[in-house]
Design a binder for this molecule. Structure first.
Ligand code: HEM
Length: 668
């Protein structure tokens, strides 16, 4: 029998409208404000109340700007290189920051209004939804300018606009994440979930949860058949489709939230005095800033819940995160070379084409290759065949994909970016392996390689060496355990002052208003847990006894379990690498990215489609072949996502790959 969860709502319904209006129908368990919609009659704020709230928000915003200035001038907020826990994810550009400022005024106006009305968080949503546009018009909407689309233009726009001709902003860079279900905030608007809906007590701190549940993964928890390359490809895809925009201080400085924990946009992580790692260094706080707030695409409060403190999706052309570590840099280099390789071939075949045409055609082919590898090879590993079929994600063997749906929103969902697709963090090994031709494998601790682009040239053996290391090593399994390289030493500059990515993920989930684990289980048609008993009908049905025990140590009640922690620690689905909950969210997201993409590579849409011959060539693309065509590696396994034992069975498993360039090129 198919073990795909019985998603109660039709998939299309979820992808087109989200579940915002569906709380009652799917019976979300008690776990936050959104669980009790409509119990109190909605009070509609008067224009006077709104005007006062807006004015107060603007005044407060100016004051807070002043505080930011002071922090920067007094040297508390520092520039990038000096800031603790600095990583490239903190580079937020001015455009995103400007939208964030407007989002801030929106949120503050909403908060002030709710306070003035004296209503409960659960009633707040209903009330805000009834506010009409003219009042909101007084705040400049950052999404007012709708691009005019040329329906005949055959290529994607660089910023993703005009993919959907009726809704040109859908999927565009610098627009908000979508939501499947409303955000869950303690105040109904923006305060991160920090209180247990069961006991009213404070939820456990995220570093403590990380220590209790996400402790060190070891070689015992390696996957025997999945390569570390699969981990890295996941990060590459993640960076391709989304970027969370984080707050910055005055003049782009990095806010020191440990010194000013209650400041606007600060959300530092507290560390217990007896923390097993940081305790020794006397460190009690880990710096963290909140994601930027944004109004929704329509700039209404009416749909505030679909975007409150939702975050920006800049699909950057020049991704500043490339230099994060050498494995990521290698993959970027390979794909950059693939673009140039194809452009060069196309130029040979079509000498009459100008630069623009060459660039656009090469880009179109490279995106198609990347989509094919993602849906054909990568998702097959992560979701397994059954789920792939159930979500209709499998590429076709021949012919066109004919189900493009202009009503499907292709946007990235908050739950995918803030939690589910971060499952890959559990696959990270503690060391970067690299092997030069004819040499034995060498390794370097991951934390020593953070933000050191020079390592890609030497002595790590360059792109070829690092790439070999990726497919020759096994990935860690997706489970509750994480390498200490990222739970104690993320972007560490001096001993004891690194970051904890597991704690950050949980904290970020709270920042983004993620509902608890049990609520998401219900959304996906899975049973929520009433007890901590492993694999029992009323308990944690999809957890091992070991994981259930760790969860019971960290949380007082199953309803308190954070979405990320509960999801990443589930037993993987058969044939896949993630548990049923994350498989559901990831499946829905990639379905949205396929059905809602007018340019999907298999699509038969007029103007944009490939010829049948081109499509046939693109379908032959494998990641192994792209590596082969762009490095000096000439023998490698046919499937680099799978772990192949090297070098003992090199000959048996390896294939010699012919160069495909001319085939793809010729068909254009
Ligand atoms: C060595 C490998 C990796 C490192 C050092 C790393 C580090 C990070 C950091 C620092 C963040 C920002 C966290 C925040 O402030 O909220 C992040 C976000 C994220 N990561 Fe990773 N990551 C790695 C691999 C992966 C992999 C393998 C995947 C998926 C398969 C992944 C998926 C994501 C997603 C979806 C986000 C949130 C989106 C965003 O902020 O852009 N990461 N990662």
């Amino acid at each position: 029998a198919l073990s795909v969860p019985n998603v109660k709502l039709s998939l299309n319904e979820i992808l087109e409208t989200g579940l915002q209006s569906e709380n009652k129908r799917i019976g979300l368990p008690k776990s936050g404000v959104a669980s009790k919609p409509g119990l109190e009659p909605a009070i509609v704020p008067s224009k006077a109340v709104l005007d006062q709230s807006l004015q107060a928000a603007k005044t407060a915003s100016l004051k807070l700007d002043n505080i930011d200035q002071q922090q920067q001038r007094s040297g508390i907020d520092k520039s990038d290189t000096q800031a603790e826990m600095f990583g490239p994810h903190l580079f937020t550009n001015d455009k995103a920051l400007e939208i964030g400022q407007i989002g801030d005024v929106f949120l503050q106006t909403a908060s002030n209004t709710v306070k003035k009305l004296g209503i409960s968080p659960s009633a707040a949503r209903d009330s805000l939804r009834r506010i009409t546009l003219p009042v909101i018009d007084r705040i400049r909407c950052p999404f007012q300018i709708i691009p005019r689309c040329n329906t005949n233009y055959p290529y994607r726009q660089p910023d993703g606009s005009c993919n959907n001709l009726k809704h040109p902003l859908w999927g565009k860079a610098f627009t908000p994440f979508e939501r499947f279900i409303p955000g869950f905030y303690d105040d109904g608007i923006q305060s991160p979930r920090e209180t247990s809906a069961v006991s009213g007590q404070k939820l456990p701190g995220t570093r403590r949860i990380s220590v209790t549940v996400h402790s060190a993964s070891t070689s015992l928890h390696e996957m025997d058949d999945v390569s570390h390359f699969t981990m890295e490809f996941g990060q590459f895809v993640s960076h391709d489709i989304q970027r969370n925009a984080l707050s910055r201080g005055y003049l782009g400085s990095n806010m020191d939230c440990c010194r000013t924990p209650t400041r606007r946009n600060c959300f530092p992580i507290s560390i217990d005095a007896n923390d097993p790692h940081f305790g020794r260094f006397g460190r009690r706080c880990m710096n963290m800033v909140r994601a930027l707030p944004t109004p929704n695409l329509e700039c209404t409060f009416g749909k505030l819940k679909s975007a409150d403190n939702g975050n920006l999706l800049p699909k950057d052309n020049s991704d500043v995160r490339v230099n994060q570590q050498p494995m990521l840099m290698s993959l970027h280099t390979i794909w950059m070379k693939e673009h140039n390789r194809i452009a060069t071939e196309l130029a040979k075949i079509n000498p009459h084409w100008n630069d623009e045409k060459l660039f656009q055609e090469a880009r179109k082919i490279v995106i198609a290759e990347l989509q094919h590898i993602t849906y054909n090879e990568y998702l097959e590993e992560i979701l397994g065949n059954q789920y792939l079929q159930a979500f209709d994600l499998k590429p076709r063997a021949s012919g066109y994909f004919t189900k493009y749906n202009a009503n499907t929103k292709p946007q990235i969902r908050n739950s995918f970016a803030a939690a589910a697709f971060r499952f890959g963090h559990s696959m990270i090994r503690d060391k970067v392996a690299y092997r030069k031709t004819g040499q034995t494998t060498r390794q370097e601790y991951l934390f020593r390689t953070f933000l050191r682009p020079e390592l890609i040239y030497s002595p790590l053996g360059g792109v070829d060496g690092v790439t070999r290391g990726l497919y020759e090593a096994a990935a860690q399994s997706v489970d509750r355990l994480f390498t200490t390289q990222i739970t104690n030493h993320l972007f560490e500059r001096r001993p004891g002052f690194g970051g904890d990515l597991a704690a950050i993920n949980i904290q970020r989930g709270r920042d983004h208003g993620m509902a608890n684990y049990n609520t998401w289980r219900v959304v996906c048609g899975l049973k929520p847990a009433e007890t901590f008993q492993a694999q029992t009908h009323r308990g944690l049905l999809d957890h091992t006894a070991d994981a259930a025990k760790a969860l019971s140590k960290a949380y007082a009640h199953p309803d308190d379990i954070d979405f990320y922690t509960g999801g990443v620690s589930e037993i993987p689905i058969s044939g896949g690498k993630v548990g049923p909950l994350f498989a559901c969210i990831i499946g829905l997201q990639f379905k949205a990215l396929k059905y809602g993409d007018r340019f999907f590579y298999e699509s038969n849409n007029a103007n944009v489609k490939f010829t049948p011959q081109q499509l046939a060539e693109i379908r032959k693309t494998t990641m192994a072949r792209v590596i082969c065509d762009n490095t000096n590696i000439d023998q490698l396994p046919t499937d680099v996502f799978r772990k192949t034992k090297f070098p003992s069975n090199l000959i048996k498993d390896a294939i010699h790959l012919e160069n495909l360039t001319s085939n793809i090129g010729k068909t254009v």
